[in-house]
Ligand binder design. Structure first.
Ligand SMILES: *[C@@H]1O[C@H](CO)[C@@H](O)[C@H](O)[C@H]1NC(C)=O
Ligand SMILES: *[C@@H]1O[C@H](CO)[C@@H](O)[C@H](O)[C@H]1NC(C)=O
Ligand SMILES: *[C@@H]1O[C@H](CO)[C@@H](O)[C@H](O)[C@H]1NC(C)=O
Ligand SMILES: *[C@@H]1O[C@H](CO)[C@@H](O)[C@H](O)[C@H]1NC(C)=O
Ligand SMILES: *[C@@H]1O[C@H](CO)[C@@H](O)[C@H](O)[C@H]1NC(C)=O
Ligand SMILES: *[C@@H]1O[C@H](CO)[C@@H](O)[C@H](O)[C@H]1NC(C)=O
Ligand SMILES: *[C@@H]1O[C@H](CO)[C@@H](O)[C@H](O)[C@H]1NC(C)=O
Ligand SMILES: *[C@@H]1O[C@H](CO)[C@@H](O)[C@H](O)[C@H]1NC(C)=O
Ligand SMILES: *[C@@H]1O[C@H](CO)[C@@H](O)[C@H](O)[C@H]1NC(C)=O
Length: 487
């Protein structure tokens, strides 16, 4: 059965390519708070504690934030200095600061500083500091800041893959940017799969750069000749035929064999076909990931362009996602794959689309008796968060292995179809696009932010130099990353 898989990616799907991967999990829901001044005050009325040589007057602004009133928390902060005691009462609901009030309207206070922090149920923190001094009547300058707290969750791994040392600079650049854009706040373990060994000094240097995050480099195969020797006879014979050789002795990762879709199609470099097979079928069961439940994947040519203000991993975990992707669709699998999908999953998904309002995938479920058949648009593979328990589960394992069949180093399923089709069939409502869910991270990949908005200038080195770095706070560690790779 001739099957053609269409990769509409405008990236080379031939290794050694820059198509590399990395994963990042994150999540946090931050809520916006009103930013308004409020009050500080001291009393003139009932206490000489507030007497001052040069009293200042403050007319406090008491702001009322309306909101749903569920679950109100009231906090009172008492601050004392040499001149007296001041109380601030704040009420907050899970999402909003509802109301703040303070002491009576006029205050005579000098040199009193009030710092006030509230953390709501979303772990969002508001800090409020007011300082009064003798020289400035405007010193009741109320600064209300909001800052999403980044919370570290258990069992999250950041994962990427390369073929070998020639792609190491990409790893350093992408992982460094990711670290300072996000991971320094949560310190998830970083796992870099590679087909060929990386010099020890390079590994140590990366570990030092990303410390205290734990960084592991994992060789993802037993050697090409050894992998071939371990094949079942059926797989071995098909592989020899596709490579047009009678003996594998001269095959290397850089040999080309017909590999598309169970032996059809144009020759593919084996290194490239290996990453497809590894990422689509094998990775879920790799021992290096056994202790993790969530994987943030980022291709090594995916570059963070600014600090992440919110944490998509937290959102993903709290809301029990299956996959959360930066971009959809990217390429599609042809309708001719339908019989194999039906065989493997006992169902398929037609009319797969993204509902931008809900942020979910939607589809029409097709059962085995249906003769309906359709192309399957894919999740873009360069950056997503996945639920490993789901992708490891027996129905998904069975489905993906059926798609692979007796094929060694074929590109079907590729990594994109492999993450898309199980989610589309079993859990579209738990499959989310980041932007629709309020996460606009602007990760640069193939000259576009989040695979969507074209970057200008298009290459990352120039983009960073001419535009990107100026958008990043000067205190950010992102400025310390070596930027040498254009994409
Ligand atoms: C503040 O808002 C609450 C809830 O909407 C309302 O009941 C209350 O009357 C308001 N208070 C003031 C002083 O406006
Ligand atoms: C401030 O709070 C403390 C403790 O809650 C209370 O004893 C005191 O009377 C309050 N002071 C004012 C000025 O409201
Ligand atoms: C307020 O603080 C400033 C700086 O600490 C100090 O110079 C000044 O004398 C203080 N004023 C009063 C009234 O305590
Ligand atoms: C908020 O953060 C703390 C630690 O900073 C954590 O223990 C708690 O579970 C978090 N709460 C929520 C609702 O995320
Ligand atoms: C500060 O405010 C008081 C009361 O409104 C006023 O008398 C005084 O002149 C002001 N001082 C300055 C430096 O503006
Ligand atoms: C309030 O203080 C902040 C931080 O010090 C400052 O940037 C801002 O300009 C001040 N605002 C006013 C109205 O004085
Ligand atoms: C296979 O190799 C033989 C020579 O070794 C060559 O003549 C033939 O064209 C090759 N077939 C394909 C499909 O590449
Ligand atoms: C492998 O390559 C060597 C050197 O080019 C050649 O002599 C040998 O015949 C090749 N073996 C096979 C099985 O193709
Ligand atoms: C396959 O799907 C059909 C519904 O289309 C269902 O009745 C049947 O139980 C499923 N078989 C398995 C093994 O899940």
């Amino acid at each position: 059965m001739p099957i053609v898989l269409t990769m509409a990616e405008n990236e080379s799907r031939t290794l050694p390519s820059r198509r590399i991967f990395l994963v990042i999990p994150l999540a946090i829901v931050a809520t916006v708070f009103c930013n308004t001044a409020f009050l500080t005050g001291g009393r003139t009325t009932n206490s000489n504690l507030y007497q001052s040589d040069s009293p200042l007057s403050f007319a406090p602004t008491v702001k009322n934030w309306s909101s749903s009133l569920s679950s109100i928390t009231t906090t009172t902060t008492t601050t004392t200095n040499s001149r007296g005691t001041n109380n601030i009462t704040t009420q907050s609901s899970p999402d909003k600061l509802l109301r703040q009030s303070t002491l009576p309207d006029t205050a005579n206070i000098n040199n009193q500083t009030i710092s006030h922090t509230i953390t709501n149920n979303n772990n969002l923190t508001i800090s409020h500091t007011i300082t009064n001094n003798n020289n400035n009547n405007n010193s009741n300058n109320n600064t209300l800041t909001k800052e999403a707290k980044f919370v570290r969750y258990d069992n999250v791994a950041i994962v990427t893959k390369i073929h070998g040392p020639h792609q190491w600079k990409l790893v350093v650049q992408s992982m460094c940017l990711l670290h300072f854009a996000y991971n320094h706040k949560v310190l998830y373990d970083v796992i870099v799969f590679t087909a060929e060994p990386i010099p020890v000094e390079d590994v140590e240097s990366l570990q030092k750069m990303l410390a205290p995050a734990k960084v592991s480099i994992v060789i993802d195969n037993i050697g090409l000749q050894e992998e071939i020797a371990a094949l079942t006879p059926a797989r071995y014979d098909k592989f020899m035929e596709r490579c047009n050789v009678s003996s594998p002795v001269n095959l290397t990762w850089f040999s080309n064999c017909r590999g598309e879709l169970n032996g059809g199609g144009a020759p593919t470099r084996l290194a490239y076909a290996w990453q497809a097979e590894f990422r689509s079928v094998r990775i879920w069961h790799h021992p290096a990931l056994a202790d993790y439940k969530y994987m943030l994947w980022l291709d090594t040519d995916g570059f963070c362009s600014k600090p992440w203000e919110k944490d998509p991993v937290e959102y993903f975990i709290k809301n029990d996602g299956i996959i959360m992707f930066d971009h959809f669709p990217q390429g599609s699998a042809p309708s001719s794959l339908q019989p194999l999908i039906l065989e493997g999953f006992n169902a398929s998904a037609c009319y797969l689309r993204l509902n931008k309002k809900s942020g979910n995938l939607e589809r029409t479920l097709i059962d085995r008796d249906s003769d309906e058949s359709c192309r399957i648009p894919n999740v873009h593979g360069f950056f997503h968060i996945t639920n490993l328990d789901f992708y490891r589960s027996p129905p998904v394992k069975h489905g993906l292995e059926t798609l692979l069949g007796d094929c060694f180093l074929c590109r079907s399923p590729d990594d994109q179809l492999a993450v898309t089709i199980p989610a589309a069939i079993f859990a579209p409502e738990r499959s989310w696009e980041m932007r629709s869910k309020g996460f606009k991270l602007n990760v640069f990949h193939n000259h576009a932010f989040d695979g969507i908005d074209k970057a200008q200038p298009p290459g990352f080195v120039r983009y960073w130099e001419e535009v990107g770095k100026d958008n990043v706070p000067s205190t950010s560690g992102m400025h310390t990353c070596p930027i040498t790779e254009r994409d």
